[in-house]
Write a protein that binds this ligand. Structure first.
Ligand code: FAD
Ligand code: NA7
Length: 540
């Protein structure tokens, strides 16, 4: 790279999802900084650019799965159903990019391969797979928390003569009508794609490893009157969302599940089941489902009884029946369990009957059966949170590699910064909030851009957290996580889903309202926990 003369800008933004789009808007349109944004994708949208699989739907309600920062944007928005589909979200994000004239700042189809801090110049040198080199004082990483694909290697996979597709790399418009399709994975994505594919394909074989608890999503058409009522009250709605814990827009319950009679408890569960929504079922019914074992079991057993009612064949129901704690990201679906009553859908329980190998014609299980397939779909999720960081060569002070810095576990101070990586910010980095994400993304991007503005105003050369502040934040997040049952439900929330990945606490489970207070408190307390290096000599 020595021969290439780098382009110098004030800030580099990596990613063009909700986070990157808003970061470029804040830094350029509001602060007048020169900014270049990158995305591997050929257009904006992030998650919603990549996840084009049939059935892809947000499980945040439509009116809250969007930006809140601009009143006119909110008033101009519209939606057809209570939940918003992938094509609609993609269209929305593209329209935001055009509305704020952001497209010209992005280089699409361009992967950032390295970001190296040059101590003497106090600049980050950012290189891309196109051979370009940029230098910038600030780097904002908006690389996505559910973005680096988890693609398990099955024995014999390379001999398969059919097609393999990961849901997060679904080719645009790819239709599987009339095909014999296998799906591996029954998380949120698996449930959506299985439900959508079942009526279209000739035969669907679902390879089920760990069945999960799910409740109906309850997606319904909305009227103009309903939308107008929301718009009339948008300020109040966002205000209460940003003060809440999970930011999904419903009233979070504080009622202990065991404080009411069994009959009353089941009435409350039934009401939530009929209304729909995964987070609503877990956090809107009672206040202690995620923390108290008896409460958790009450919710789990209610859902199990529903599954037993819905799935007609008892043997199939057994294969789909979750056991143990209800303590992962709460799922909701659009008729998922019902799908197994179709004659063309078959469940294979791969814990009791593991996949032996993939052959030219399909998947062979331990019982010797060949499941013949034209297409094998991987709904196997993501190397969540730190996955995309580890795929870039990132070096901070003294050449410290991010993978060495995060050798034990990925850490941060406040989810947005990490020690030894000056002027380097993260959107949804390790130990950020676990919520409906757009309001958390906005919170972080606003904090980052306010901090950049503060540094520019005060001629701060470099800002980074102290290792002590970072350790304290990790401890805070660990203590909060340990007070919940979530630490016991192996999933991507704790990095427990990818072979070889060391499980650890990856989220601040203290809620968005508290998180916002912490961020504001740190700033009010003269950037408590940060080291600010002045560009000008400090006079006595
Ligand atoms: P992303 O949208 O993931 O964007 C990151 C971008 O960075 C990607 O486009 C990627 O290509 C790019 N990138 C990464 N590394 C590089 C690199 N080295 N060089 C160049 N580009 C790079 N959240 C909710 O709150 N509610 C939901 O209902 C919900 N549903 C979801 C459903 C699915 C199927 C998935 C996968 C996620 C869902 N999420 C949901 C989470 C969702 O990811 C966030 O809500 C949000 O879209 C994240 O935005 P982001 O900008 O932080 O990251
Ligand atoms: P998830 O929730 O991580 O689900 C992945 C699924 O794939 C899950 O059922 C896994 O089973 C299964 N899986 C993963 N690897 C394998 C292998 N090797 N063999 C068989 N089965 C496997 O990812 P999603 O995409 O569904 O959802 C992630 C988030 O994105 C979601 O919460 C939304 O926020 C959007 P396991 O449970 O590990 O036994």
């Amino acid at each position: 790279t020595a021969q290439i003369s780098p382009t110098v800008v004030d800030a580099v933004v990596i990613g063009a999802g909700f986070g990157g789009i808003y970061a470029v808007h804040k830094l350029h349109n509001e602060q007048g900084l020169t900014v270049v944004g990158f995305d591997k994708a050929d257009g904006p949208g992030g998650t919603w650019y990549w996840n084009r699989y049939p059935g892809a739907l947000s499980d945040t309600e439509s009116h809250l799965y969007r930006f809140s920062f601009d009143r006119d944007l909110l008033q101009d928005g519209t939606w057809k159903t209570t939940y918003i589909t992938q094509p609609e979200i993609l269209e929305y994000l593209e329209s935001v990019v055009d509305r704020f004239d952001l497209r010209r700042h992005f280089r699409f189809g361009t992967e950032v391969t390295s970001a190296i801090y040059l101590e003497d110049e106090n600049l980050w040198e950012v290189s891309t797979d196109k051979g370009e080199v940029y230098r910038a004082k600030y780097v904002v990483n908006a690389v996505g928390l559910l973005s680096a694909i988890n693609f398990p290697d099955l024995p014999g996979l390379d001999t398969f003569e059919g097609e393999t597709i990961h849901t997060a790399a679904w080719p645009e418009g790819k239709n599987l009508a009339g095909k014999r399709v296998g799906v591996i994975g029954t998380g949120s994505t698996g449930q959506q794609v299985i439900t959508a594919l079942a009526p279209e394909v000739e035969h669907l074989t679902v390879f089920v490893r760990t069945p999960q608890y799910s409740v109906p999503v309850g997606n319904r058409p909305v009227t103009k009157e309903q939308i107008d009522a929301i718009k009339a009250d948008y300020d109040g709605i966002w205000d209460s969302v940003k003060k809440s814990a999970v930011a999904f827009g419903f009233e979070e319950s504080t009622l202990p599940a065991m404080s009411v009679s069994e009959e009353e408890r089941n009435r409350i569960f039934q009401e939530a089941w009929d209304h729909g929504g995964g987070f609503r079922f877990m956090f809107g019914t009672f206040g202690d489902i995620a923390t108290d074992e008896a409460a958790n079991e009450a919710a789990a057993s209610f859902i199990r009884s529903k599954i037993a009612e819905i799935i007609e064949d008892p043997e199939t129901a057994r294969k789909l029946m979750p056991t143990g704690l209800y303590a992962k990201r709460p799922l909701c679906d659009n008729g998922y369990y019902e799908v197994y009553n179709r004659p063309n859908v078959e469940a294979v329980a791969i814990k009791e009957n593991p996949i032996r190998e993939v052959t030219a014609k399909g998947v062979v299980t331990e019982d010797g059966v060949l499941h013949e397939l034209d297409v094998l779909v991987f709904a196997t999720g993501f190397d969540a949170v730190d996955g995309n960081y580890r795929r870039i060569e990132i070096r901070g002070r003294n050449g410290l590699h991010i993978n060495d810095h995060w050798d034990g576990q990925p850490t941060s101070y406040l989810g947005v910064t990490t020690a030894n990586f000056p002027n380097w910010f993260m959107v949804l980095g390790p130990n950020g909030p676990f919520t409906n994400l757009p309001p958390s993304i906005e919170t972080q991007v606003e904090w980052i851009s306010d901090t950049v503005a503060y540094a520019e105003r005060n001629e701060i050369r470099a800002i980074e957290p102290t290792p002590e502040a970072e350790e304290e934040w990790t401890q805070t997040c660990t203590d909060i996580a340990n007070a919940t049952l979530f630490t016991r439900g192996d999933s991507w929330i704790f990095g427990a889903n990818v072979p070889g990945k060391k499980p650890s606490v990856l989220f601040y489970l203290g809620g968005l309202g508290n998180y916002r207070n912490v961020l504001a408190g740190v700033v009010a307390d003269s950037y408590r926990g940060f080291e600010l290096k002045s560009a000008v000599p400090v006079t006595a």
